[in-house]
Design a protein around this ligand. Structure first.
Ligand code: IMP
Ligand code: MG
Length: 179
């Protein structure tokens, strides 16, 4: 897989440091609380595992699956709920864990859903923030790294369901994708 990568942006070490930094911050900010951590599948699977091990709180971990991309590199406006959670978020503090915030549409969809269900507070911890990609006004509360407007893969992020298991985040070579 390494041969398909043009440039490594965030290696294992720097991702670990980001997890430690944000984990400490979340532990401090939510001291005494028992937040619901909502991990967004599939992209946030590694980020969830690494970040949560740095969070010293009683958390309830939930996974939700939404679809926004259709296997390619460009975003679409249609977002659908693929696998929902079964627990009640009414009156709960929720922390959404995302791999990347790009257009912001997925996050807007999730925040609306949680607000409708009566969440007490909703915050977002994302590994990557691609601010240039934003199409709706929304921001993450905890950000691992800002990332430039390139298509990246690895550490959870995929291209056509591949590269999620790369231990680092890198830019995919243009010749690897066709659309
Ligand atoms: P948004 O709704 O455009 O903010 O997109 C959010 C989702 O799109 C993320 O959770 C990712 O799954 C996916 N995504 C956005 N940018 C990238 C990228 O550069 N590489 C891989 N997936 C991406
Ligand atoms: Mg995602």
């Amino acid at each position: 897989m390494d041969n398909d990568i043009q440039e490594v942006l965030f290696d294992q070490d720097s991702i670990h440091h980001a997890a430690v930094r944000l984990g400490k911050q979340i532990t401090k900010d939510y001291a005494g609380e028992e937040p619901v951590v909502l991990s967004v599948l599939k992209g946030a699977y590694l980020w969830t595992a690494d970040l949560l091990r740095e969070v010293d709180l009683y958390v309830k971990l939930e996974f939700i699956k939404i679809s926004s991309y259709h296997g390619g590199v460009s975003s679409t406006n249609s977002i659908s709920l693929v696998t929902d959670i079964h627990s009640d978020v009414q009156g709960r503090d929720v922390i959404i864990l995302e791999d990347i915030v790009d257009t912001g549409q997925s996050l807007l969809f999730l925040k609306k859903l949680l607000a409708e269900r009566g969440a007490k507070s909703i915050q977002v911890a994302t590994l990557l923030d691609k601010k240039e990609g934003r199409k709706v006004e929304i921001r993450a509360d905890y950000i691992g790294f800002d990332v430039r407007n390139e298509f990246v893969v690895g550490y959870g992020l995929d291209y056509k369901e591949m590269y999620r298991n790369l231990p680092y985040v890198g830019i995919l070579k243009k010749e690897v994708y066709s659309d």
